[in-house]
Design a protein around this ligand. Structure first.
Ligand SMILES: Cc1cc2nc3c(=O)[nH]c(=O)nc-3n(C[C@H](O)[C@H](O)[C@H](O)COP(=O)(O)OP(=O)(O)OC[C@H]3O[C@@H](n4cnc5c(N)ncnc54)[C@H](O)[C@@H]3O)c2cc1C
Length: 458
């Protein structure tokens, strides 16, 4: 066994980020002759694909997060540091923390992505995005509070605003959020109120492109839209959002009055990318070489959502399997370098895409097999349970799903924090608010002019 002096002589691998990319890179270096330091600003690895279930009260936050320190407990060559990296000095081969520097021989940067409001950062306060546990709890708070506020609201127009939920962005996150919101309205909340009828809540999904789930084949996009509509979700495609304020969402001439807007529309790379001095793409992601290193620095790898990588001539998507494979690839290259062998290029293996839509339905595209409905949902559940970190979490999530499926209920309907702040937002008469901001409202499909309004937006 290596003594302490020998251990200090081993090459030092520093990994920034304990998400999918960083954590799988660390695990893949378990038996490598290296000292490894994993730095994350959070103490937990977060399973982001199930965040929307926390945001919609189906799961507890702790069901989908796991302490990074516990994951690497038995990996004796690894230590974990809770800290925020503020910059990277590639010339000096060090990462810079608020309270000191850490030198590396090899660096793996896996700090992921964050929300993008396409230059309208002021929209963030009215339309929270979904990226962290805090985001999910804030969304859960807003959604549950909206029903409570509606129950106490005597004015019908204001009540309608509280019972209107708008999701911006028709990618997997937006589709999953909209489906879950519809399910809450239809089932979980249906019998719990005395003044309002939660089943009358409007759930509206706005997508700027031609179809929801644009990265899927058109037939599955159409299936997903049909499944959403069967749950009562109003889907508006080719609809660009041009304003978000405390009264609602504007889309050119059209305006939806709502108190709850959720943002699932855009991502931007972690700002740390800029300090690498490497070329970036328009979303701020690092344009990596074919082995995932940056130009001029064979010792610096960038993986996961932060990397603009190409594989077999195609861009690698920002999904968990790509981050996992990228992290493992970086570890593989480091092991080869230690054995005096050259790096190999990264090849992404696309194992398929899955998105769930409300209760017991999903769409799945495995390339050779395309599924929708209940079978796709079973596939979705199995894949998510398989990749969830922590045995306890797998068991709890599975039990929660079984319970929800059998009872139609959601087990984490807690409003946390002070409700006052959200409920006490300015109470300008809605008619005046609309006059000030936009002109035409988007009616519900029950209104006679629904087609006209949709046509106007398109
Ligand atoms: C709501 C949502 C749903 C999703 N659903 C799916 C899905 O169904 N299927 C799928 O395949 N993918 C899905 N994704 C995408 C998937 O989660 C990402 O592709 C994946 O998490 C990327 O992994 P990563 O390691 O690059 O980054 P992340 O998993 O985001 O990890 C980045 C880590 O870096 C840390 N960090 C960031 N900055 C710093 C810093 N300056 N200093 C220290 N630490 C830092 C963060 O705390 C975090 O732990 C979803 C994403 C979201 C947000």
């Amino acid at each position: 066994m290596a003594n302490r002096a020998n251990v200090r002589d081993l090459p030092h691998v520093v990994i920034i980020g304990g998400g999918f990319g960083g954590l799988y890179a660390a695990r893949a270096l378990k038996r490598a002759p290296v000292r490894l330091t994993l730095i994350d600003r959070r103490n937990h690895h977060l399973f982001q694909p199930l965040l929307y279930e926390v945001a919609t009260a189906a799961l507890d936050a702790s069901d989908i997060a796991y302490p990074i320190r516990a994951v690497l407990r038995r990996q004796h060559n690894a230590r974990v540091i809770l800290a925020t990296v503020t910059a990277i000095d590639t010339q000096g081969k060090k990462v810079i923390l608020a309270d000191g520097d850490i030198f590396y021989d090899y660096l793996i940067v896996a700090t992921g992505a964050t929300h993008s409001y396409f230059g309208h950062d002021d929209w963030a306060q009215h339309a929270p995005g979904l990226k962290s546990i805090e985001d999910a709890l804030e969304i859960r708070r807003r959604v549950l509070l909206a029903y409570e506020a509606a129950e106490r609201e005597p004015d019908p127009e204001r009540r309608r605003a509280w019972l209107t939920f708008v999701v911006v962005g028709g990618g997997p996150t937006g589709v999953e959020l909209a489906g879950a919101l519809a399910e809450i309205a239809r089932y979980a909340m249906a019998k719990d109120f005395r003044t309002i009828d939660p089943t009358q809540a409007r759930i509206i999904l706005l997508e700027g492109g031609e179809r929801v789930l644009p990265s899927y084949v058109p037939t599955l996009s159409a299936k997903a839209q049909a499944l959403l509509e069967s749950l009562g979700v109003e889907v508006h495609t080719k609809t660009m959002v041009t304003a978000v304020d405390e009264y609602g969402v504007g889309m050119g001439d059209a305006y939806i009055v709502t108190r709850t807007v959720l943002w699932a529309a855009g991502v931007a790379a972690s700002p740390l990318a800029r300090s690498l001095g490497a070329p970036l793409d328009r979303a701020g992601r690092v344009k990596v070489q074919d082995d995932l290193t940056i130009p001029g620095h064979a010792e610096v790898f960038v993986v996961g959502d932060l990397a603009a990588a190409m594989s077999n001539g195609k861009p690698v998507p920002g999904v968990a399997p790509a981050a996992i494979q990228g992290g493992r690839h970086a570890a593989h290259c480091i092991r080869r370098a230690l054995a005096d062998q050259p790096y190999t290029p990264f090849h992404y293996r696309d194992k398929g895409s899955l998105a769930t839509i409300g209760r017991a339905a999903a769409v799945a595209d495995f390339g050779w097999l395309k599924l929708s409905g209940f079978l796709a949902w079973l596939a979705w559940m199995s894949v998510h349970l398989f990749f969830l970190v922590g045995f306890r979490n797998r068991v709890l999530v599975m039990l929660s799903w079984v319970w929800s499926y059998m009872t139609f209920q959601r087990g984490a309907r807690l409003i946390t924090g002070d409700p006052g702040q959200l409920l006490a937002r300015p109470q300008t008469p809605l008619a005046q608010a609309r006059d000030d901001t936009a002109t035409a409202s988007v009616p519900s499909p029950h209104d006679s002019h629904a087609h006209e309004a949709t046509h106007r937006q398109a």
